[in-house]
Write a protein that binds this ligand. Structure first.
Ligand code: PRP
Ligand code: URA
Length: 210
């Protein structure tokens, strides 16, 4: 598994505003979108392209075009939905599939309650969107599911991760083609499975239930 922590002052600046508990939902949503676009630039570094011949007003040249099958972007509902616009802004031709997952706040085990993906994932490059990688349980389940369905490789875009969760994903995806692109790796998980210092409950902060 490859891990890339995006180290850029603009990302750290936007993350700081996102973490602040005084930041209200409308700003939180807008900043999440902006942050994801910056992370998506890094996450798509290995997107597959094919050569294409074109003619400019001055003459012929060869460029590249994104390969078929198109990349598949998979936001994990609910909080991952807040990352979708930021991602497709950069890759507008991507196809979008959905996984609905929720973790039990007592056991911290994830359950999948919805799935809407193309039937055939073979040769697909998949980009999973989930802002919080806490214990890693949700992301591991999502990655395993996509790889079992034939995905060629999986890149996860997360805003924050706990070191414990990152280690868990690493152990679970040993030998598989998995990349994680992150805004920051925080200190630890607390006794309730929340990332410290983190930003709280991403879904609640995005959708105004706090
Ligand atoms: C949050 C978050 C991740 C998951 C991370 O979702 O968006 O999906 O928790 O935790 P884990 O790494 O320990 O599995 P949540 O279950 O709160 O659902 P929501 O997005 O609907 O709020
Ligand atoms: N899910 C969240 O939204 N935040 C955390 O800190 C952990 C899991």
């Amino acid at each position: 598994m490859r891990v890339h922590v995006a180290d850029h002052p603009l990302i750290t600046h936007k993350l700081t505003v996102l973490r602040n508990k005084e930041t209200a939902s409308p700003t939180f949503r807008a900043l999440t979108e902006e942050l994801v676009t910056l992370l998506a630039y890094e996450a798509t570094r290995n997107v597959r392209v094919d050569p294409i011949d074109i003619v400019t007003p001055v003459g012929p040249t060869t460029g590249v075009t994104i390969s078929q099958p198109r990349p598949l972007v998979v936001p994990i509902l609910r909080a991952g939905l807040g990352m979708l616009e930021g991602m497709v802004k950069l890759v507008p031709t991507a196809e979008v599939g959905f996984l609905g997952m929720v973790r039990d706040e007592e056991t911290l085990q994830p359950t999948t309650y919805a799935e809407r993906l193309p039937d055939d994932l073979s040769n697909r490059q998949c980009f999973v969107l989930d802002p919080m990688l806490a214990t890693g349980g949700s992301l591991i389940a999502a990655i395993e599911y996509l790889l079992e369905r034939g995905a060629q490789d999986v890149t996860a875009v997360c805003i924050l991760a706990a070191p414990e969760g990152l280690e868990a994903v690493k152990a679970a995806t040993e030998g598989r083609d998995v990349t994680i692109v992150l805004g920051a790796v925080d200190e630890r998980l607390d006794e309730n499975g929340y990332i410290v210092p983190g930003l709280g409950d991403a879904g609640d902060r995005l959708y105004g239930t706090v």
